[in-house]
Design a protein around this ligand. Sequence first.
Ligand SMILES: NC(=O)c1ccc[n+]([C@@H]2O[C@H](COP(=O)([O-])OP(=O)(O)OC[C@H]3O[C@@H](n4cnc5c(N)ncnc54)[C@H](O)[C@@H]3O)[C@@H](O)[C@H]2O)c1
Ligand SMILES: O=C(O)[C@H](O)[C@@H](O)[C@H](O)[C@H](O)CO
Length: 261
Amino acid sequence: MTRSVQQLFDLQGQSALITGGSRGLGLQIAHALGEAGAKVLLSARKAEELEEAVQELQSAGIDARWVAADCAQEADIQRLAQEALHRLGHVDILVNNAGASWGAPAEDHPTAAWDKVMNLNVRGYFLLSQAIAKHGMIPRKQGRIINVASIAGLGGNPVEMKTIAYNTSKGAVINFTRALAAEWGVHGITVNAICPGFFKTKMATALIEKLGEDKMAAHAPLRRLGDDEDLKGVALLYASAAGKHITGQWLAVDGGVSCVV
Ligand SMILES: NC(=O)c1ccc[n+]([C@@H]2O[C@H](COP(=O)([O-])OP(=O)(O)OC[C@H]3O[C@@H](n4cnc5c(N)ncnc54)[C@H](O)[C@@H]3O)[C@@H](O)[C@H]2O)c1
Ligand SMILES: O=C(O)[C@H](O)[C@@H](O)[C@H](O)[C@H](O)CO
């Protein structure tokens, strides 16, 4: 018996861990997975922001909780993985989303900032995937890993932005996704990436305002920036049975910005 579309997208009984889930794109993805029936566990560094986000999800009827952790610290990542496996019972869906950027001309980019960006955006994704898979997904022979990359991983940012470490890190996330998918498919784990375009979150607001929101929107074939709904569909596709034959892929959700040469 094949499943209906409603059954294929249903996440009842599933559990999801979302890093950087306290606001922005991570919180949007938490809403999507939670609205489809998953239990969600948010992680970020600040307890107050996490508590606020959990309350927002709970008032939408979602089973939500939080754990504070710094994904730039290996010991914190190991603790987060253990707590997630303990508190959720199992992690069916891992969303690697916590990320940071740095603006400086490449010729003067501080080494410490390069290391900081690469450490959180790449090493953090790797270490948490490793811990969650090794102690949960691989023994259970099932799992979904969703990596939030960026269209910044497909090329350079507009020249005013000067984010060489960030662009490098997001390019790495895309090939990390493909390589991990190639290795862990045999364990029943899919690994896919989302490449958002410009969304007005805390990370990007100052920059969007500096470059001009209207001007940035005008650059997109769809003449708009991303909003609070735009990542929900792809997150649910990757996380659910509807996406069970999709792995090693990335999808740009960018209003078409990445099609323009
Ligand atoms: N906003 C955009 O235009 C855009 C576009 C493409 C990709 N992205 C990516 O989306 C992801 C989320 O960013 P956002 O735009 O929602 O920004 P945001 O600043 O609103 O959210 C970032 C989240 O990451 C958490 N975080 C930051 N450093 C952390 C650390 N060391 N440990 C744990 N958590 C940490 C923050 O608490 C927050 O929850 C990032 O990976 C970012 O690179 C954003
Ligand atoms: O497209 C993206 O991934 C984001 O918008 C980034 O480019 C950040 O906003 C920028 O790096 C902030 O410094």
